[in-house]
Design a protein around this ligand. Structure first.
Ligand code: ADP
Ligand code: MG
Ligand code: MG
Length: 885
């Protein structure tokens, strides 16, 4: 027989391990009670009771008896009775969910006051004004949160009284006035609800508990949960706790305290204190709080005692804690504790310090920080104040802070940048044609698209600041200006500040602070406590991680930067970016070639250029693997746009014969679904000369490096393979060219040849494909598109917002790998591949390679490495380490 479910726990019965049931606040109160800290006694109604209530509209049947018993127990301990006419017990009814949702749900103070007990409280405390002020607060709070009266009505009534008395603050209202206000509040409630403010304390208590339950489904709480990815079905616990009073005079007060500075992580007690006040006054900012150190002079005993408790808590939780406390006539009470929220700087510093003094292990210190925090630390930041209202909000697609003049096209961006001007490229959305402008710009701002739109992916790859999908901006490319929702017009040349971390755009130049961490990571030397902490965490991550971290990089500069940031090679070197710019003409000539001779001529011109590309990258990555992917996108991406070309031809009397030829080629190569068309390995097989040229360029670059005494480790990667037959054909052509070059130069070449796994068929037949592959590299971007059957660029702009809102997925599958579907294919392919070819090397080169959750998944799936944009490498190293401990 299982024990009957219990819905009510006295504080002394709970513990910190019971946060699911008691909520974070309840578990904290229980733990502090166990530790012997001065916590006003009380009990917790469980989240289970809340769930039953929310599902059925009634508390579970056992609840009434349990709650009555707990209340009787509390009255016995306190030696007072709820709402008794002499010296009444008052309680607070406090929300408290599993995850902290500060201020999102309701808390009702001073339950137990009514027309009789208010006199009792006045007598017992010796303060009539205090008693009536408390009663006034209860009627107001109860009226608003429990009985649903519009809170403005109460505020207006108070304001009218103050105006009549010519006073400013609530503090200036005397007892007589407060009695009148309380009566008026009761009238308001009667008028608005047709009901009287309940005088019966049992009714007050049970309705307050229900109101807290109901606040779980309040608008504010829902929005907060959605943003923080907190599940909808957890429910909240309710804490019923004896009231203590910080508003009994100058020997009383209330405050918050931290065991360390939550902004910087520095050791030492931090916080605020407000004399003669209740907790909610601090939050409401009624008066300016004093620094906590003032308490030392105001009440030295309470200050010392608080310090002791803070040390006890930090020692017990072995982490930064914060507390809410109240001093009632010189007596200290702790009302709440939790492991405190902190900035990214503080997170690293605190973990490092606690590890240093032996409080926690190196592994635990690593768990206490994460990749997202590290990324935040790497970028320069704006010093904003709440007064800096943004022009618009968009998707924070690539973090960092940038300031520059607005430009609306690539050419203008390049022109201005060439003169040393900083520019921000503003587009509705970007295409590969905008690449030069993106390179020239400090930041990219678009009005369409999500976190994985072209602008976002490319900007992240380059470590450029990007805010995309700022839909409130009306971008007018012809007039060369954009307009905000509030009607502000920003013209080309105007200065804006783009905050890629917050996803906001501001007019004018905001002040910047540089990132010490970014520099320290590149140089490996620390310049202060935070950089020392970051380097320490990374060193430990590197010592425990199993996953290698490589970079996606296409240029020697990116390769060098990635290497400085800790890359252990290049997992994806794309060759398509090498075909842009002035080389486009050569590619065009190759595509338009009428015969073999003309094609060979064009290819021969491309060969030395490609060889230099590869030599540069192999030099930057000397001694480390460089995985070079053969040309992947459909060839017509290198030709002009069909419509543009047709319009140009139609609008001139004497069309250029070259243009006409070009249009024919464009039409010949036009595809309805180019991403499912002639690309990847299909291109290798259909245009063999192109592939041979690329392989030869790699082979010659390797040979040249060997001759120079280098240690080149090039690997050749065939994209978009669906069946082993394709790979076999591509492989034998690759081997033929390698052998040819080896014979010519007399230098033997033994390069690993592998494939991308980015089609479901490839994953499902991975056992066959592994027969012809030395390595697998999971192209999880395409694998996600092809597995879900959706186009990333289109889907993100159209139905993704709806899907996220409806909870079809919690996060875009392009941002974090869909473990159940796409991830399953990865697992299957790794397993099948290794079974056939135990020496098979496996890695991931999609955007997911830099995503923390995905990295943990790839670690579990047994991959050898992840590869990501250079600036994500430190975070990837950290997360790979965290996955391993
Ligand atoms: P939140 O979760 O929004 O912080 P709390 O339940 O902590 O809400 O309550 C808000 C404030 O009410 C607290 O900061 C505390 O100062 C005050 N408060 C709550 N319970 C009591 C109590 N039993 N005695 C005195 N003050 C209380
Ligand atoms: Mg609180
Ligand atoms: Mg791909």
């Amino acid at each position: 027989m299982s024990a009957p479910i219990k819905y009510v726990y006295e504080f002394a019965e709970g513990s910190r391990d019971m946060a699911d049931l008691l909520g974070g606040k309840g578990a904290g109160l229980a733990e502090m009670t166990r530790l012997g800290l001065p916590v006003p006694p009380g009990f917790t109604v469980t989240t289970e009771a809340c769930k039953v209530y929310l599902a059925t509209g009634e508390e579970p049947p056992e609840f009434g008896v349990e709650a009555a018993r707990a209340l009787a127990g509390l009255e016995r301990v306190m030696g007072r009775t709820l709402a008794a006419p002499e010296d009444p017990l008052l309680v607070s009814v406090r929300s408290g969910a599993r995850f902290s949702m500060p201020g999102m749900m309701e808390t009702i103070l001073d339950i137990g006051l009514n027309d009789d007990s208010v006199t009792g409280l006045a007598k017992a405390s010796g303060q009539e004004r205090f008693a009536w002020d408390s009663y006034r607060r209860l009627v107001q709070m109860f009226g608003r949160t429990v009985m649903g009266v519009d809170g403005d009505l109460f505020e207006e009534a108070i304001a009218a009284h103050k105006a009549r008395r010519h006073v400013k603050g609530d503090h200036d209202l005397d007892t007589g006035e407060l009695v009148l206000i309380t009566e008026e509040f009761k009238d308001i409630i009667r008028r608005e609800t047709g009901e009287d403010f309940p005088q019966d304390p049992a009714e007050q208590l049970s309705r307050a508990i229900r109101a807290v339950f109901d606040s779980w489904n309040g608008e504010r709480a829902r929005v907060y949960r959605h943003r923080e990815h907190i599940p909808e079905d957890l429910g909240t616990a309710v804490n019923v706790q004896a009231m203590v009073f910080g508003n009994l005079g100058q020997d009383s007060g209330t405050g918050v305290a931290f065991t360390r500075d939550p902004a910087t992580g520095e050791t030492g007690v931090y916080g605020d204190y407000l004399p003669d006040a209740q907790g909610e006054d601090v939050v409401a900012g009624v008066r300016d709080a004093l620094p906590l150190s003032e308490l030392k002079t105001l009440d030295p005993r309470a200050y010392v005692e608080l310090g002791d408790h803070l040390r006890t808590l930090e020692g017990h939780y072995r982490d930064l804690c914060d507390v809410e406390f109240t001093v009632e006539r010189g007596r200290l009470w702790i009302l709440q504790t939790r492991v405190g929220k902190r900035t990214a700087d503080a997170a690293f510093r605190i973990a490092h310090d606690l590890r240093d003094d032996g409080t926690i292990s190196a592994d635990e210190a690593l768990i206490r920080v994460d990749g997202a925090e590290l990324t935040r630390l790497m970028f320069p930041r704006f010093d904003t104040t709440p007064a800096d209202v943004p022009l618009a909000h968009g998707v924070p697609a690539s973090p960092g802070a940038a300031v520059g003049a607005v430009v609306f096209d690539s050419a203008e961006a390049e022109r201005r940048a060439a003169t040393g001007e900083h520019v921000v490229l503003v587009r509705r959305e970007t295409t590969p044609d905008d690449l030069p402008g993106m390179i020239a710009a400090e930041a990219v701002l678009t009005s369409r698209g999500g976190k994985t739109s072209h602008a976002a992916v490319v900007a992240r790859g380059m470590g450029k600041v990007c805010v995309c999908g700022a839909e409130a901006l009306a971008v007018d490319l012809t007039a060369r200006r954009f307009t905000t929702e509030s009607g502000v017009v920003v013209n080309e040349g105007d200065t804006v500040s783009v905050d890629g971390t917050a996803g906001t755009v501001h007019l004018g130049e905001l002040p910047l602070t540089a990132s010490h961490v970014g520099r320290a990571l590149e140089t490996g030397t620390s310049t202060g406590p935070v950089t020392e902490a970051v380097l320490g965490a990374l060193a430990h991550a590197d010592s425990v991680r199993r996953l290698e971290v490589r970079a996606n990089a296409d240029t020697p500069e990116d390769a060098a930067r990635a290497r400085a940031l800790g890359a252990q090679g290049i997992g994806l070197c794309r060759t398509e970016h090498m075909f842009l710019g002035e080389r486009r003409a050569l590619v065009e000539a190759m595509i338009l070639a009428r015969d073999d001779a003309a094609r060979e001529e064009a290819l021969a011109a491309l060969l030395p250029l490609q060889r230099e590309d590869f030599t540069g990258i192999l030099t930057a990555m000397d001694g480390l693997p460089v995985t070079i992917r053969l040309l992947d996108p459909p060839l017509h991406e290198f030709l002009p746009d069909r419509t543009e070309l047709a319009v140009r031809l139609a609008s001139t009397a004497q069309p250029d014969p070259h243009d006409r030829e070009l249009l024919r080629a464009v039409e010949r190569m036009h595809e309805q679904n180019p991403m499912l068309g002639l690309r990847g390995v299909r291109l290798c097989l259909a245009v063999p000369g192109l592939m041979a040229m690329q392989v030869r360029a790699v082979a010659e670059a390797v040979t040249a490096r060997l001759h120079d005494g280098g240690h080149p480790r090039a690997e050749i990667m065939i994209p978009l393979v669906g069946t082993v037959e394709e790979l076999r054909l591509a492989r034998s052509e690759t081997e033929r060219v390698l052998a040819e070059v080896a014979t010519e130069t007399g230098t033997p070449l033994d390069l690993p040849i592998g494939t991308m796994i980015e089609l479901p068929r490839a994953a499902l037949t991975a056992g066959r494909i592994a027969e012809a592959a030395d390595f697998f590299s999971f192209g999880t971007n395409d694998l996600t598109q092809t597995t879900w059957g959706l186009s990333r660029d289109d889907a993100e702009a159209s139905f993704f917002p709806l899907y996220l809102e409806k909870g079809v997925f919690g996060v875009s599958p392009f941002e974090s790998i869909d473990q159940e579907g796409v991830g399953r294919l990865v697992e299957l392919a790794v397993e099948a591949g290794l079974a056939v070819n135990p020496g098979l090397e496996t890695g991931v080169c999609g955007e997911h390679g830099g995503d923390p959750d995905s990295i943990h998944f790839f670690h579990r799936a047994g991959l050898d490495y992840v590869s990501c944009s250079p600036f994500r490498i430190p975070a990837a190293r950290l997360e790979a380490g965290r996955a391993a401990v």
